[in-house]
Design a protein around this ligand. Structure first.
Ligand code: MLT
Length: 265
């Protein structure tokens, strides 16, 4: 079912302290961040949304799919929670949404973690592929045909063979609805190039890449970090989902970003 205009995303609000907003990847949902919330919610207010059609969220609204649409819904969530300013952690599509947040309301971002993401727009081949996936899941009224191909792309070799990581990822993909997947693909297909934003990022920044990531290769993520003044670059031994595949190392890097130097935990 598509086409609601009152699509308020499901929100998961855990812990107390300075707020940290977590934005999940395509085909996942807010539970992608469970390890981070477990580690950080003693010190921070961890806010997660399920983007439309994912996790517990309603279907996408009517109208043209766009990442700005996601970002606007997330800003409305922050308003409703009375959060003026927060740190933002975005992984892959979540990073694309973070770029849109920066475009719309940079003053609301205290620090930025960009994980396994890229600033560039799609080329024609990638765009056509996305539109084909969107049409297929709608035609099939099911996301089943994307589950195993996505799993292979999302996880590095070690995590793919670890059932405790792979099965929950399968579950998250299956929880997405066809209209949620179609909206996400169409929104990503028309996304703008965000390269021009990088030099304007003037808050503490962390960039994380996965050594075995085939969706956003390390070299591309590393190049992005070089364009953000003062950004710290961290490479983890994993695929696309560093926060699930290497949670301890991921959390250490994130804590370093979020905890002011010298802060007592
Ligand atoms: C994601 O993991 O969010 C997507 O695969 C990113 C993309 O398709 O560009």
């Amino acid at each position: 079912m598509a086409g609601r205009s009152d699509s308020v995303p499901a929100v998961h609000d855990t812990g107390r302290g300075d707020a940290v907003l977590f934005l999940h990847a395509y085909t996942l949902d807010a539970s992608q961040w469970d390890h981070q919330v477990a580690a950080l919610s003693g010190d921070f207010r961890c806010v997660r949304v399920d983007l439309w059609g994912c996790g517990g969220s309603p279907p996408p609204p009517a109208g043209a799919p766009s990442l700005a649409g996601y970002a606007t819904s997330v800003l409305a969530v922050l308003d409703a929670l009375e959060i003026d300013r927060c740190s933002v952690v975005g992984l892959s599509m979540g990073g694309y949404v973070a770029f849109e947040l920066w475009r719309l309301a940079p003053q609301r971002i205290r620090a930025l973690a960009l994980c396994s993401t890229r600033p560039s727009a799609d080329d024609d081949v990638r765009r056509d592929d996305r539109l084909a996936v969107a049409a297929r899941v709608e035609r099939e009224h099911s996301v089943e045909s994307i589950v195993e191909p996505m799993l292979d792309r999302l996880l590095g070799p070690a995590a793919r063979n670890e059932v405790h990581i792979a099965d929950p990822v399968r579950g998250r993909i299956r929880r997405c609805t066809p209209d949620g997947i179609a909206f996400a693909q169409r929104a990503m297909a028309v996304r703008r190039d965000s390269g021009d934003l990088l030099e304007r990022i003037d808050v503490p920044a962390l960039v994380i890449a996965g050594k075995h990531d085939i969706i956003t290769p390390v070299a591309e993520v590393h190049a992005m970090s070089g364009s953000i003044s003062g950004a710290r670059f961290v490479e983890l031994d994993c695929g696309h989902l560093g926060n699930l595949e290497q949670p301890h190392a991921f959390n250490e890097a994130l804590s370093d970003l979020l905890m002011p130097a010298g802060a007592v935990r």
